[in-house]
Design a protein around this ligand. Sequence first.
Ligand code: ACM
Length: 724
Amino acid sequence: MTHTAPPRGLSSPRRFVRAAWLLLAGSVLAGGLGSVARAEETLLPVPQTVSVSNGVASIGGGIQVVWDTRPSPLLLRAVARFTTRLTAIAGPAGRWAPYVLHISAGQDRTYLSVDEKERYALTTSATGARLEAEGPAGVIHGLATLLQLVRVTPQGALVERVHVEDAPRFAWRGLLMDVSRHFDTVETIERQLDAMELVKLNVLHWHLSDGAGFRVESRMFPKLQTVASHGQYYTQAQIREVVAYAADRGIRVVPEIDVPGHALAILQAYPELAAQPLPDVTAKGLNLNNAALDPTNPQTLRFVRVLYGEMGGLFPDRYVHTGGDEVVSSQWTKNPAIAAYMKAHGFETAAALQAAFTGEVAKIISAQGHVMMGWDEVSEAPIPKNVVVEPWRASKWTGTATQAGHPVVVSAGYYLDLLRPSAAHYAVDPFDTKAEGITAEQLAKYPPKHPEFSVPFAMDEHAPPLDDGQKALVMGAEGTLWAEMVSEPMLDGRLWPRMAALAERFWSAQDVRDVPDLERRLPLVMAELETTGLQATQHREAMREAMAPGHSEPLKILTEVTVPVRNYALNHLAAPSGDAMLSAPVAVTDPDAFVALRFNAMAARYVRGERAFAAPLRQMLQRWSDNDAAFVTSAKGVPVLEAVVPVSHAVALLSRAGLGVLDGRDGSAWRMDANRLLQEQQAAFENSASMLASAHSPQPPGGLLIAILPGIRALLTGGAERAE
Ligand code: ACM
């Protein structure tokens, strides 16, 4: 499983200009606006306060920085990145006077810690700009804001006049990358760090070890890379490079080596530490998550001590994540020696034994000068209060862990591998206590095959809200992208723009919750990120070409109006064929499907009487209807495309129904067909509307859901109402 990323490089400015114009045309259509969107309407994350003055300033001569305080090398590099990005967005500076940006920055000894000073103030006037920050983090954030104020217009590049005062709501704004399930090269990691900087994220939680592979060079335990990495691991020099690259961008790197569960890779290298005989890793259907360390073997704690000691030298951050999730009881209870140990020492359950192990790990991490962090399971044990708990199964653990006095970093609600759209994740607040988890209603509808597995995931419908003391313990949150179904070429598109939506949830005020406004800004930020280095579009193009060489346009059109099935339905669907689904149409879909969102918004406005939308709607529907024949031709002899021909047919039928409404065509037969199909496709959405539904229900061909259903339904019902 090796993936070669296409060569890195900045996209041409022309591409951004084109993207900006398309978006502008889109916003004119969607909003009836006659002018370029105002600056404060494009910033993401939304700052704490923005005031806009009338007028704009030309930056056609580029932006020249004047330092009012002595800049560190780190700040000089931040400005150099800003200049490179500005050129990528606005093109080379003209030969007239530059726009002058004065920067003053305080010293911040807490830079790159949870206490760092991130506040900044930015003023842009007709003649120049001023950025004031209490430390390097604020300068980095202020430059990111200024970059988002840049407009490329036919009159040249300009910035709008604003005054921004800004600071984050949460100190910990993270992104988890799982490089065990699918490895990502340093170049790919660094590309994500660049994007993170531009939306003000500040923690990379690097999940470096799991059942599928161990990904860091260890000098103390070299079999970890020689036996358990399949040749895909980071050398210690590469780790240092990434840590430095992140530090330059205001991003801390928190490593995770997951113990005592999720340990199959470690155990392939050091089987003597295993609780059970190692499974045959080539066996079909093997659960790679289950293998666990034997906590009663004294060598296990020695291994953990030495390994974390070595890793602690590579990762300077104060926090070290030791996992602790999903330990399968039978790994221990079915080992007679462990069972005897438990009896002798009074551990009645595997959880009690894990608690004792976790306590030892916490002591080790503390003795090494770090603070331990673990998944919410660790909070079910008496552990030191300073251990940071990461709620993931359900946000009720945000309540219980803070009640017990633990700081928390929340990931429940922010699992991007569930493939929900941005809006769904954006709706979850880090202070929530009733988000996520299996509800009583879901349990009644889908009685689980293994009830005992559902209990730990159950939602607490009576969970009380956090009080002020508990809120103060919420350090922040993280978006997580577990990579079972994410190969390296898919990464940029699976992470972004949804991670940008989360960046706003973690940075902006709690009452910034307007979904249409978010959905309007996400394509803009995506254009910014891609112009400055992100490669989601480029990789999707390459993947489509690999599926349909020379004939990939019909696939592009189909995947613009479809989204992947949700809540791990894709994992279930893909399981029999291993990684094959990662080279199938679903791999190039975007859970946000902007084209479909735009269609749905226009259709809603059309049925409310805005008839000007008839022409663009007709054009879209005609294109989707016509695409079917082209798709069928391109799919011939290509199994992954042939598999989704029924989806292409369904899109075409629905599109023709939409055209029928717009054309005022008579007849009830086509309406009945379309209504039946709408119902069928709506049921497909319901079949992956929760993790239980996904595990128990049939899924649509190729895992593709049709994303234009709301718009088609609006046209059909709106049309029917008019006819009555
Ligand atoms: C997890 O998703 N097992 C933390």
